[in-house]
Design a protein around this ligand. Structure first.
Ligand code: SF4
Length: 207
């Protein structure tokens, strides 16, 4: 099975693969992505309704009361740190970047609570940049499908995927791999009995 066949099969399985975080602008996606670490998108979407209502832009978030912010996001993991990072991020964006989320990898990664993966998601979703964000699903699935060796670093997985697939496919590939990992090739109980990739699977790569 070659790369095109894998891509096409994933598209067949998940024709509607897309970002599952709810957002309307780069500010909202940045907040949602920061909240999504070690938490499900569903849980994030539940808290952002109220959060965006109370803090509709970077300037409002920059002057947020941290205890109020914590009370809004307390149902998700790591909320103490996330609240701190959200306010710190907003203060920097408000003071240094005129309240705008900038399409610049280095600038995004310099903000509190935003790493390479989050910066890639923001640039891909909001600014149509060709990036592949490697989260836990993409990492697991990429190793099982043979795109990287055991113990590969996140950056190696990202680079390998970028080398193997045309740039025009990166955005879709990112979502397809996430959906495959989220809904089929689970970490603990993957649905191997109904998987089209059994002939190429390197499940042992994660052991
Ligand atoms: S065979 Fe199982 S572990 Fe391998 S890719 Fe398919 S679902 Fe994942």
């Amino acid at each position: 099975m070659n790369d095109d066949q894998i891509f096409n099969k994933l598209q067949e399985m998940f024709p509607n693969a897309q970002c599952e975080l709810n957002y309307k602008d780069p500010y909202q996606l940045t907040v949602a992505v920061m909240l999504s670490a070690q938490t499900t998108d569903i849980a994030v979407n539940k808290v952002t309704i109220n959060l965006f209502d109370q803090y509709p832009n970077v300037f409002a978030l920059a002057s947020a009361d941290i205890d109020n912010l914590k009370s809004i996001i307390k149902t998700i993991g790591l909320y103490h740190n996330k609240a701190k990072n959200l306010i710190a991020m907003a203060k920097i964006v408000a003071s240094k970047f005129d309240g705008k989320i900038i399409n610049d990898q280095e600038v995004l990664m310099s903000l509190p609570g935003i790493g390479r993966k989050s910066a890639n998601v923001i640039r891909s979703e909001c600014f149509n940049e060709a990036t592949i964000a490697v989260d836990t699903h993409v990492y697991r699935v990429a190793l099982r499908l043979g795109y990287a060796e055991k113990n590969a670093s996140l950056i190696t997985v990202e680079r390998n995927l970028m080398e193997r697939f045309d740039k025009g496919k990166w955005h879709s590939l990112h979502h397809l791999l996430i959906f495959f990992g989220r809904y089929h090739c689970h970490a603990k109980k993957p649905k191997c009995e109904s998987c089209p990739f059994t002939s190429i699977c390197k499940k042992d790569a994660l052991d």
